[in-house]
Design a binder for this molecule. Structure first.
Ligand code: ASN
Length: 390
């Protein structure tokens, strides 16, 4: 049972209670002889507990020395660490309480799969009423995939689910993870913000519009087609309207399919229909294909190339085929003969979807057992969670 559910909280100045779900990633990594790796131990919690901006010793009964004992609680296979309380964060001296729940499997985010998303989403759903918001700590490599899938699983929610991480581990000097975590706690705990966001380098991006743009810059994420939702500078400014908190409950959670269903193919000079068919045929469980095509959605269409015929054959086998743009600022619209011909074969336009959002939307659609192929096609063309322009 969480501290909140067991009624352990007493402080009147604690504005909100958050659950921080740790999955590993750089933010939680330690150096090893084989490079940075997230370990399954309490070092990450201890580092946070001793940081004066993230944990106020007067706020909890927990001693703050790095060496003092920690009494984690096993929650199934996962580990929940004792509650931490921030120093006053808001203009009205509000404090935020949070608990870190570390997943059993701490991983570099390149190991992330739909199975882990099912676990994360299940934990959020299970703890929905006990907490005022959720922060998912992830590696940055697949962070935008995680935030994108959460946006489809948790549409129109009344609480925040923020995803954050770091480029340098908390265990190392100059870590950006401190600021990313503090900003996340501030947005989820003090601001009136609901929905799925990526918090990175003092900005909040819409979860299904964000993409990782650099493995080096602290400003590692952008949302190329829409402005950031929040800029956390000296002054906090909003890039548009943000969804306020409400008592809206999350939709009934669906279980994501874990067999390989969504295939991603990149168009490149020299691609042929044979190369595309070989990839599709190699995945018997394939239910959707993302084509990352040139520019506004172009690819070679000559008969001898065979790409169009390969894609048409896939659509006829009830495989959703969608086209997105390889450009850094994506936008698919049928301007050229190539793009128009492609769409005339039943391939669906991905408009300004990022690859991450396209992947998440397709995974969500093929996981919806209640939908026919036709209904999936129709829903793909409609924005479900603000993931693309109408
Ligand atoms: N490889 C790391 C990860 O995605 C990168 C990072 O978190 N900065 O887990």
């Amino acid at each position: 049972m969480s501290a909140r559910a067991s009624g352990e909280y007493t402080r009147p100045d604690v504005k909100r209670r958050l659950l921080v779900i740790g999955t590993g990633g750089t933010i939680a990594s330690e150096p090893s002889s084989n490079g940075y790796t997230p370990l399954r131990n309490d070092h990450f919690y201890r580092r946070i507990r001793q940081h004066p901006l993230l944990s106020d010793p007067s706020g909890t009964s927990t001693p703050t020395l790095f060496s003092s004992p920690v009494l984690p609680v096993a929650v199934g296979v996962n580990t929940r660490y004792p509650e931490l309380i921030t120093p006053p964060l808001g203009d009205n001296e509000e404090r935020v309480s949070y608990e870190i729940l570390d997943l059993d499997k701490q991983m570099d985010s390149s190991e992330m799969t739909p199975s882990e998303w099912n676990i994360i989403a299940g934990l959020v759903e299970e703890n929905w009423t006990d907490y005022d918001g959720f922060i998912i700590l992830s590696g940055t490599d697949t962070l935008a995939y995680t935030s994108s899938i959460l946006s489809f699983l948790f549409t129109n929610i009344g609480k925040p689910i923020l995803v954050t991480g770091a480029q340098i581990p908390l265990s190392q000097p100059r870590s950006d993870g401190w600021a990313n975590l503090l900003d996340s706690i501030y947005v989820a705990g003090v601001m009136n913000f609901a929905g799925i966001g990526v918090v990175f380098h003092h900005q909040v991006f819409q979860g299904n519009r964000a993409t990782k743009t650099s493995p080096n810059h602290f400003a590692a994420f952008q949302s190329p087609c829409v402005p950031p939702l929040v800029n956390l500078n000296v002054k906090i400014t909003l890039g548009g309207s943000i969804t306020p908190r409400s008592s809206t409950l999350p939709p009934r959670l669906i279980n994501l399919v874990t067999s390989p269903t969504v295939l991603s193919c990149s168009i490149h000079p020299g691609i042929t229909g044979a190369l595309l068919s070989a990839q599709i045929e190699a995945v018997p469980t394939c239910k959707a294909v993302i084509l990352s095509a040139y520019g506004s959605g172009n690819l070679p269409i000559s008969e001898e190339n065979g790409a169009l015929a390969a894609l048409e054959a896939a659509v006829k086998r009830d495989i959703l085929v969608v086209v997105i743009s390889q450009c850094a600022i994506p936008n698919v619209y049928p301007l050229y003969t190539q793009g128009r011909t492609l769409l005339s074969k039943g391939v669906l336009p991905g408009h300004d979807l990022t690859h991450e959002a396209a992947f998440a939307k397709l995974l969500w659609l093929v996981s919806r057992k209640d939908l026919s192929f036709r209904q999936r096609q129709e829903l793909f063309e409609i924005p479900i969670a603000g993931e693309m322009a109408a």
